[in-house]
Write a protein that binds this ligand. Sequence first.
Ligand code: RFL
Ligand code: PHB
Length: 399
Amino acid sequence: MTDTATLPERTTVGIVGAGPAGLLLARLLHRAGVDCVVLESRDRAYVEQRQRAGILEQGTVDALRSCGAADRLDRESLVHDGVELRWDGRAHRIDFPALTGGRRVWVYAQTEVVKDLIALQLADGAPLAFEAEVSRVSGADTDRPVVHYRHLGRERTLACDYVVGCDGFHGVVRRAIPQQELRSYERVYPYSWLGVLADVAPSSEELVYAHSPRGFALLSMRSPTVSRLYLQVPNGEDPADWPDGRIWDELDARLALDGGWSLKRGPITSKAVLPMRSHVTEPMRFGRILLAGDAAHIVPPTGAKGLNLAAADVVVLARAFAALRASGSTDLLDAYSDTCLRRVWRAEHFSWFMTTTLHTDPEQSAFRTRLQLSQLDRIASSRHAAAELAENYAGLDIG
Ligand code: RFL
Ligand code: PHB
């Protein structure tokens, strides 16, 4: 771990946040010969254990491979060729390769991606400081923005050519941009997810997304012996009100199929409630301040897009910094926000569509429920409707 004495006071690209966006950007820049420093407010153990996403698209896997960060992923990930949708006691499989011309997805936890990137970065990468909390960025409208942070009890500054906010939805970098320069778009959903990890083999080989009058359920996995499961619950729900037996009974009820299906139960090792939100901040750049990943946009997790969007942003950004270094041209940097926002809005739409099609709003009318069931039936009966879902889920070639 980098200690304060070895942290530089100036750099080309100052990166705030060591989530997937910040870590992958640092790796890609290191490969391109662009120097950078990563500042992360939390400690290493916390960052490596935070339970989050599980599905990687082709573009994300390609980016990790391109910077030498995919050795363990290539050994340990599970490659999936489809997902199952369930509603009204019936099931329909979406076959990704058949519907998309060969695309598939990888099941490999975000925690593992983060561990792999941190190990590489500490072995031979640019400086990465944990427990380095950024309080603000000054000089957003100058050619030399400055990051102010506290590390090991000392106030420090980092002068940068560019600052990239990879500091998530609650980050501070976005606040350095004058409010009148930004537009934001938001939707908060009237439900949350209760997410659990269980030491039991997944009950299905592929992910199962279930619509039910009792609420949404998702069966996912982390490995052949660990299941990851989610239940729609009301906002503000306390996980303590969900003893293990209640969780398994509810999953059983929501995932049930006519003709029977059995859910394997096992010890639950973690429980958390996660609110759902859609949010976009535009533009993703102001002068020498850039935003990437959740710092610029949030999607509800039903489309499995958040981590993949974060990776896509930093691939575009790393290419832009490499071009700047090679030729002095800022063309790609100037295009950064527009290039990313095209993909971002497509993912926002898909994530909203998956969320509102599969969840049951406690207030929703019978009319709305009939529309949801009709949409699911359409996906099951039309190759075009299924292909639209498959292409979006497995990842589009945009930007
Ligand atoms: P992160 O991961 O939030 O990292 C931001 C980092 O910035 C640090 N930070 C600061 N550091 C220094 N100074 C400050 N002032 C700071 N403020 C914040 C934070 O400590 C943190 O380390 O953002 P990033 O890198 O943009 O990555 C985004 C992804 O984490 C997120 O989009 C995904 O997890 C979303 N997501 C999913 N995405 C997928 O692509 N596929 C999925 O299957 C998927 N499932 C999920 C998800 C998110 C979930 N939750 C928890 C909302 C499932 C869930 C349950
Ligand atoms: C997960 O495995 O954590 C996961 C998978 C698919 C989603 C969301 C989360 O849509």
